[in-house]
Design a protein around this ligand. Structure first.
Ligand SMILES: Cc1ncc(COP(=O)(O)O)c(C=O)c1O
Length: 348
């Protein structure tokens, strides 16, 4: 990477091994089911997550949309967190394309939803009301410090949903970060879910792609939904080849990114105008507040860090004074020192 880019883990470039695998990938037409590399990726992902089947989609957004469209009919309702990516950052796609209503609840600081509140949000069987169809969780919960959500809690939500005839979807864009932080296999974190999506292209470093997983019937139906969305791909083995390297190599190193995130937070504690709580670093995200009295705005700070220290940061979309730093494969321990030097010198 040319700059030390902390804006997100979506900025990660593919590794040399991924690029080599892409160049040599055996391919076929995936709409005919003929792409051996893509078939391998889907099979390995299903095995790793403990689900019957998997479907390659182009992005996390497409994985979530495909899941919601497959679970729900028009006029159905999904219960999820107010801070969920599906609600805040997916361009109202469930409403635009599926006629699906989102019923949001405030998340607890640990990324969980209260079961009592979910119970209260479930609609009665009444012709005036939407039909509650699905509960959606997010793990890690990106907008809440990237906090990982435990298998125990997810299992409770799964039991709760099943007892009420509802489905459970997990937006597991960063499920392997959660698995690393909790030292729990990713398959345990999603065992209770009817569907889960995760991203190859964030901390796992692949250039493109996400997977949607569930039982075979669900994935067969989701394949139809994906086709309707224009997501039936042809020689996608080129992309899947990078995804296979990502799945096989990267999950076991994600704890390094978490160590770097902690080092960033600890190093920023004493920097003037910055407030940060290192105890709220759970995975690869560090949330900082720049004091409104600081002598420069987040935008001005970002410009100076880039010009003078080759460090890229961005303001949080939802607040003018919040900065989110995200560590990933291309951020080294030396980079962390450079970032800290930059913050200290610009703000002192
Ligand atoms: C929690 C979460 N879910 C879903 C997505 C969507 O992924 P994509 O950008 O690949 O559409 C993101 C993207 O950052 C995310 O953070």
């Amino acid at each position: 990477m040319d700059t030390i880019d902390l804006r997100s883990d979506t900025v990660t470039w593919p590794t040399d091994e991924m690029r080599a695998a892409m160049a040599q990938a055996e391919v076929g037409d995936d709409v005919y089911g003929d792409d051996p590399t893509l078939n391998r990726l889907e099979a390995e992902a299903a095995e790793m997550l403990g689900k019957e089947a998997a479907l390659f989609v182009t992005s996390g957004t497409m994985g979530n949309l495909t899941a919601l469209l497959t679970h729900c009919q028009r006029g159905d309702e999904v219960i999820l967190g107010k801070q969920a990516h599906i609600f805040r950052s997916e361009a109202a796609n469930a409403a635009s394309f599926g006629g699906i209503q989102l019923n949001t609840l405030e998340l607890n600081p640990d990324g969980t939803l209260d079961l009592d509140q979910i119970e209260g949000a479930i609609r009665e069987d009444d012709e005036h009301m939407p039909r509650t169809r699905l509960i959606a969780l997010e793990n890690t919960q990106g907008s809440l410090f990237g906090v990982p959500v435990s298998a125990g809690y997810t299992d409770r939500v799964g039991d709760f949903a099943r007892a009420r005839g509802l489905g459970l979807h997990i937006d597991g864009a960063r499920i392997f970060n959660a698995a690393a932080a909790l030292a729990t296999p990713a398959s345990d974190l999603v065992a209770a879910a009817d569907s889960v999506s995760f991203c190859l292209s964030k901390g796992l470093c692949a250039p493109v792609g996400s997977l949607l997983l569930g039982d075979s019937d669900f994935i067969q139906e989701a394949r139809r939904t994906r086709k309707a969305l224009g997501g039936g791909l042809r020689q996608a083995g080129i992309l899947a080849a990078a995804g296979l390297v990502a799945l096989r190599r990267i999950p076991q190193r994600l704890h390094e990114d978490h160590v770097h995130a902690c080092a960033l937070a600890e190093g920023l504690v004493d920097v003037p105008w910055i407030s940060v709580d290192p105890t709220q670093v759970y995975t690869n995200m560090v949330y900082l507040e720049l004091s409104p009295e600081a002598p420069l705005t987040v935008e001005a700070l970002a410009a100076r860090l880039l010009d003078e220290y080759n460090v890229q940061i961005a303001r949080n979309r939802y607040s003018p004074t919040t900065i989110r730093l995200v560590t990933h494969y291309w951020v080294t321990a030396t980079d962390v020192e450079q970032v800290l030097r930059g913050f200290r010198q610009v703000l002192s």
